[in-house]
Design a protein around this ligand. Structure first.
Ligand SMILES: CCCCCCCC/C=C\CCCCCCCCC/C=C/C(=O)SCCNC(=O)CCNC(=O)[C@H](O)C(C)(C)COP(=O)(O)OP(=O)(O)OC[C@H]1O[C@@H](n2cnc3c(N)ncnc32)[C@H](O)[C@@H]1OP(=O)(O)O
Ligand SMILES: Cc1cc2nc3c(=O)[nH]c(=O)nc-3n(C[C@H](O)[C@H](O)[C@H](O)COP(=O)(O)OP(=O)(O)OC[C@H]3O[C@@H](n4cnc5c(N)ncnc54)[C@H](O)[C@@H]3O)c2cc1C
Length: 664
């Protein structure tokens, strides 16, 4: 039935003001207005159609993306969209493209690592898209180990140039998005060599293709690395391969904010830390955390709406069957993901603040918070992307068989999302960075250096090593102080245990390798504490709107107690809680699921996603699933003809053969 809201009765059960929750989700009333307006602009423009993506060939898919990005750029310039509006437009167009790397990495790399003159020269060209750039760091042989990159940039004092060269096959740049077919320029990372001496990895701006005919410049071999996981999905992106054969670039194309090479070939290290060469990754990791909440909320929105529409079993005397969302098992799988989407939203907001703060400090030559910014961005990127990738897959299963259809939107969402666990740093490699930071923090506790920021709780390590959880009744688990103490104690005890075990090794690096699995678990505990504590902090703010804060409190408690349940081994092993308290937490969790149930549909409506953006028959706003699912099936190219292509060649002869055999 077209025009009927099949989820109306669900919506009428909501106990809070959905419009106000939309403001909380968007971040502000202004952000909601912009987001809402731009999402409708994209949804109503046929040029941004995306329902045919999975049936296009790679070439069609790629050309389609080029068309869409050109159209998006035209609309951005015609409508004079602000940076905020343009970035919302990119979000709602919902198709990975070379422009992500141009705006998301090429420009930030120049901004973060270039000198004032370099910014003035390159940024105007990049902002007007008169050049298109990518970020070429990873090589065939090395991705995680940035210090292991092999591409060289050798200074030639005769000509005042660098010679960029790929000395081995494994030094070929491999993976950069936008490189394969589009970028005219790249920020490439190469070992700086002066007078035979290696000064480590630095960034350089290199032109790759002619501005006249787009052909690669002399000495450059460049192409696409081939199809990736999933149909449609990330194959809209031209991830590329690049080799240099003694390509010359002027000296002033080395990004020289962090270190400089003078006309005489002298290497000068400025007073900023060398780690700033890694600064673009810190920036992008922060954006990836914010993006995790978007991807997860999208999957959760689809699974929640469908779970309210779908009915199985439980019919009494011919009455209606049970909505699958009413099964406790469905709730215990779905509601923690709903809560995680909100939790990641708020920790993403906080991380953005942290990043802005560290950037301002860096400009004032205050580098003190850089290690914490690195640990937080690395750890939260790892935690949120792993949970989101797993969460999207869980949402697919929550939708039963129909979740496996491309028209559910979930397979493509998963395929596009899952590389986030690898790009911008493999999630395990990043957790090991957090672990290093934690071990350093623990080792300095005795020296009188007071830990600050997200490790401030370590300053109370003596108390946290001994404290006893005060929970006696299930309701005690609703107290933020109780939850915080349990998470702080678990994290502190896991870090201290690792630090103590490390002392058993004569060589600390050897010990670190041997204990690395335990260390990543300690890092996860610390990162989960950050997410829980930032959710609790959010709830201390003034949050207007009938019932909004109460719903968020329910979600915050679900998030924390679900984690406690999932990682019970940690909490019990470290003696932070008793088995009895664990069982009370579980009782409380069940009660929280019942409280979330009547509000579930409204809580996903608060994401304010259009049907175009969701791209899912199962997640439609009106819940009119079955007729649309049926209609969608008939659109498949296989149904263009009643008798399939190939019948005469393959099916008919086989059937005839069977017939002949039967007659014999
Ligand atoms: C049409 C128009 C539309 C317009 C609008 C469009 C809008 C679009 C806008 C935005 C979209 C944004 C989205 C972006 C797209 C995302 C797509 C993804 C593309 C993917 C890109 C990539 O993957 S790029 C490559 C990423 N590579 C990595 O992440 C490599 C991982 N490895 C590392 O980071 C390091 O090598 C590692 C940290 C693992 C180890 O480094 P190493 O040198 O060995 O260092 P180590 O000895 O361990 O440490 C030394 C010291 O340094 C500290 N440290 C390490 N890293 C950092 C850092 N980043 N910052 C600060 N400090 C760091 C480390 O802790 C050590 O400290 P100490 O212990 O010595 O104190
Ligand atoms: C879709 C996509 C887009 C990308 N876009 C870009 C781009 O635009 N620009 C760019 O430069 N790069 C890009 N990359 C590359 C990406 O950054 C790297 O693939 C990533 O950093 C992981 O590095 P790797 O491939 O070397 O993995 P590896 O390090 O080889 O990982 C393999 C395995 O080894 C493990 N491992 C590695 N080191 C350690 C260790 N020290 N301790 C324990 N375990 C370890 C990992 O956990 C993993 O399980 C992209 C990658 C993908 C998939």
């Amino acid at each position: 039935m077209e025009g009927v809201d099949h989820l109306a009765s669900e919506r009428s059960r909501a106990q809070f003001d959905v419009e106000e929750m939309k403001v909380v989700w968007a971040g502000s009333r202004h952000a909601l207005e912009v987001s809402d307006r731009i999402s409708r602009l994209v949804a109503s423009d046929p040029a941004f159609r995306k329902d045919n993506r999975t049936s296009l060939s790679r070439k069609e898919l790629f050309k389609n993306t080029l068309r869409k990005t050109a159209h998006a750029w035209k609309r951005i310039t015609e409508l004079r969209l602000s940076e905020e509006e343009a970035s919302r437009l990119r979000f709602y167009v919902d198709e990975p493209a070379f422009t992500d790397l141009h705006w998301g990495m090429f420009i930030p790399a120049i901004k973060g690592q270039g000198t004032e003159e370099q910014l003035q020269k390159w940024l105007p060209l990049a902002y007007k898209m008169q050049i298109i750039g990518c970020y070429a760091q990873t090589e065939l042989g090395h991705g995680s180990n940035v210090q292991g990159l092999e591409t060289t940039a050798t200074f030639d004092p005769q000509t005042d140039e660098f010679i960029i060269h790929s000395p081995t096959l494994t030094s070929s740049k491999w993976w950069p998005g936008g490189l394969g077919k589009v970028s005219t320029h790249a920020v490439i990372y190469a070992r700086l060599i002066i007078d035979g001496k290696d000064y480590g990895v630095n960034g350089f701006i290199v032109q790759l293709r002619s501005m006249d005919d787009h052909l690669p410049l002399p000495g450059i071999t460049v192409g696409d690395i081939g199809m990736k996981f999933g149909s449609g999905a990330y194959n809209t992106m031209d991830n590329g391969v690049l080799r240099f054969d003694h390509v010359r670039i002027p000296r002033d194309q080395m990004l020289m904010r962090v270190s400089q090479v003078t006309r005489e070939g002298k290497f000068v290290q400025s007073n900023v830390p060398r780690q700033l060469v890694y600064g673009t990754m810190v920036y992008v990791r922060q954006t990836i955390v914010a993006d995790a909440s978007c991807a997860l909320s999208r999957a959760v929105c689809i699974a929640t709406r469908y779970s309210a529409v779908r009915r199985q079993f439980g019919s009494q005397n011919g009455g209606v069957e049970t909505q699958v969302i009413d099964y406790k098992t469905q709730q215990s799988r779905l509601f923690p993901l709903l809560a995680s989407a909100y939790a990641f939203r708020f920790v993403g907001e906080w991380l953005k603040w942290l990043y802005t703060d560290v950037t301002q400090r860096l400009q004032a030559n205050d580098f003190s918070t850089l290690p914490e910014a690195h640990a937080c961005t690395a750890g939260l990127k790892s935690l949120t992307t792993s949970a989101t990738a797993d969460g999207i897959e869980e949402c697919r299963k929550l939708c039963g068989g129909h979740g496996y259809l491309c028209s559910s939107g979930l397979p493509e969402l998963f395929a596009v999302y899952v590389p986030a666990c690898t790009y911008e740093g493999d999630n395990i490699v990043l957790l090991l960075q957090v672990a290093r930071f934690l071990m350093k923090t623990v080792s300095q506790l005795g020296s009188g250096k007071k830990p600050v920021g997200t490790t401030a709780y370590m300053g109370r390590v003596d108390q946290l090593m001994q404290c006893h959880c005060a929970v006696q009744r299930a309701e005690d688990w609703l107290k933020p102080s109780v939850i915080l103490e349990a998470f702080e104690a678990r994290s502190a005890r896991m870090s201290v245990a690792c630090a103590q075990n490390l002392t058993n090794f004569a060589n600390p690096e050897e010990g670190f390798l041997e204990l690395s699995a335990d260390l990543t678990e300690a890092a996860v505990a610390h990162c989960q504490l950050i997410v829980v504590s930032k959710f609790i902090e959010k709830l201390k703010q003034d949050i207007p709107g009938k019932g909004v804060k109460e719903q968020l409190e329910i979600l915050c408690n679900i998030y924390a107690l679900f984690l406690l349940h999932k990682h019970l081994g940690d909490f019990l092993k470290t003696g932070c809680i008793s088995p009895k308290q664990a069982s009370l937490a579980n009782d409380q969790l069940r009660s929280l699921y019942s409280q979330a149930r009547p509000n579930a549909i409204a809580l996903v409506d608060a994401f304010d996603y259009t049907d175009h953006f969701l791209g899912s028959v199962l997640g439609r706003y009106d819940g009119n699933v079955y007729p649309k699912l049926y209609e969608e099936a008939w659109k498949d190219p296989l149904n263009d003809s009643v008798v399939p292509d190939g019948y005469q060649e393959y099916i008919r002869p086989m059937l005839k053969q069977q017939l002949r055999n039967a007659r014999l």
